[in-house]
Design a protein around this ligand. Structure first.
Ligand code: GKR
Ligand code: MG
Length: 421
């Protein structure tokens, strides 16, 4: 038997550099929730997800209801998570779109589901990728994730200096890319945009092309550009990019842009749930979907997404937010078991200073992560690091990600309205 016996959820926080995006700037601390799910016999599976307080409340409301479920009863897990989320979402008037009932359910489910696969894998001495259908690769290629960046967190005197420095010009972006490539050997380069005027960001892409003649390049304004702005700029980007990610918001606007260019459009913003696929496909909004097991509802659902993309001739890449090593291990196992995941995946991991898995951060070498060895996800939780990061969570006082408020400390009249450029 492999029934769930106990589930613990621990919020943690870790230092995050002042990375800029269309929503504002990263706060000095990023929060995550860590799931430890114990099954009969004492085996523990791990999961990791977003750290917002609404997520924590849902996870904690669901956790005791999982006791007694077979660890691979994913339908049972789904029903219990839906009930638990319904109670919290109704109670939580502050729920933003990111934490509404519809978006919360797959997120909460995904965090537990990963822990279930990890526990079952350990229980049966099988790596998660082999439970998901078998590995098609042993090393998972990732892309360098480049950000415009302030030099330091000006409003947190306790924030340590980081080794990356400021990046607000094409030269700064190229220097950042050179350091990333030197440290990790990345092949593809992605620039997080929606920060400066679009022309200045395209100039940075041109500078990257000059410094890295063969690198696949991507730009991601996170919906900050108007459709008419993007249409005007298309000729400048044509032939320069591997893909253009979420220039504008919404399926109809993306569809207008995709119809006007040969360049593939990619998204982690307008097709982010199964019911977005029919309109997204019918309108031809994108040619590439960025999967993410954290919000698509776990590893098995992400494999289903991959199958749908293959069926409809859509490309598949992988999205990332700031995360720790449990998420990286889960992303690596999913990517290893997904044959049509042919684009180098995103990861924020190089921006992380410290991890909570035994042995510290997983290595990214030659632009790829080696599939962690061993049963399950192949990573162990360092309990001392977990306790330390939980203490940091208690002390830092941040309870939900809010890049816009952080940005307004630097520029009080700053607006997060999108599209705005
Ligand atoms: O962490 O600043 C960030 C990113 O902008 C993140 O929030 C996005 O979700 O990386 C993401 C993306 O590709 O859109
Ligand atoms: Mg994106």
């Amino acid at each position: 038997m492999a029934r769930i016996e106990h589930v613990t959820v621990t919020p943690v926080a870790f230092r995050d550099p002042p990375l800029l995006n269309a929503m504002g700037v990263h706060e000095p601390w990023c929060q995550r929730n860590i799931v430890e799910l114990r099954i009969e016999g004492g085996t523990v599976g791990l999961g990791e997800t977003y750290g917002d307080e609404a997520i924590l409340r849902c996870l904690r409301n669901a956790a005791p209801r999982l006791v007694g479920l077979h660890v691979l009863d994913l339908n049972g897990l789904g029903a219990r998570v839906r009930d638990a989320v319904a109670e919290i979402a109704i109670e939580d008037p502050e729920s933003s779109a990111r934490t509404s009932k519809a978006t919360l359910t797959p997120r909460i489910f995904g965090a537990f589901e990963v822990a279930c696969w990890d526990a079952f894998g350990r229980h049966t001495n099988t790596p998660v990728c082999d439970l998901l259908g078998g590995r098609v690769r042993e090393r998972i290629p990732f892309a360098a994730y480049l950000f415009y960046k302030f030099e330091r967190h000006r409003f947190d005197p306790t924030a340590p200096d980081d080794p990356w420095g400021e990046a607000l010009t094409p030269e700064g972006v190229v220097d950042q890319a050179k350091r990333m490539v030197e440290l990790h050997g990345f092949r593809a380069l992605k620039l997080k945009a929606g920060v400066l005027e679009p022309e200045a960001e395209i100039e940075a892409i041109r500078a990257l092309r000059g410094a890295f003649p063969n690198a696949p390049l991507r730009i991601d304004p996170n919906g900050a550009w108007h459709v008419h702005t993007t249409l005007r700029l298309l000729p400048q980007m044509e032939g320069l990019l591997e893909y253009l990610e979420d220039p504008t918001l919404g399926i109809p606007g993306m569809a207008v842009i995709q119809a006007a260019t040969k360049m593939p459009l990619a998204t982690n913003m307008c097709v982010v749930a199964f019911d977005h696929l029919p309109p997204g496909i019918a309108q031809g909004a994108v040619r590439i979907v960025l999967s993410d097991h954290h919000y698509w509802g776990g590893l098995a659902a992400s494999r289903e997404l991959a199958r749908i993309c293959a069926t409809w001739g859509l490309g598949l890449s992988m999205h990332s937010n700031s995360h720790l090593g449990i998420s990286l291990a889960a992303m690596a196992h999913l990517a290893a078991a997904t044959p049509n995941l042919t684009y180098d995946c995103d990861t924020h991991y190089p921006w992380l200073e410290d991890d909570l898995i035994v042995g510290g951060k997983l290595a990214i070498r030659d632009g790829s992560v080696a599939l962690p060895q061993g049963p399950g996800l192949g990573v162990e939780l360092d309990q001392a690091a977990l306790a330390r990061m939980h203490q940091d969570y208690q002390d830092c006082g941040l309870r939900k990600r809010d890049d816009a408020s952080e940005m307004r400390k630097y520029q009080p009249d700053w607006s997060s309205r999108r599209p705005r450029l």
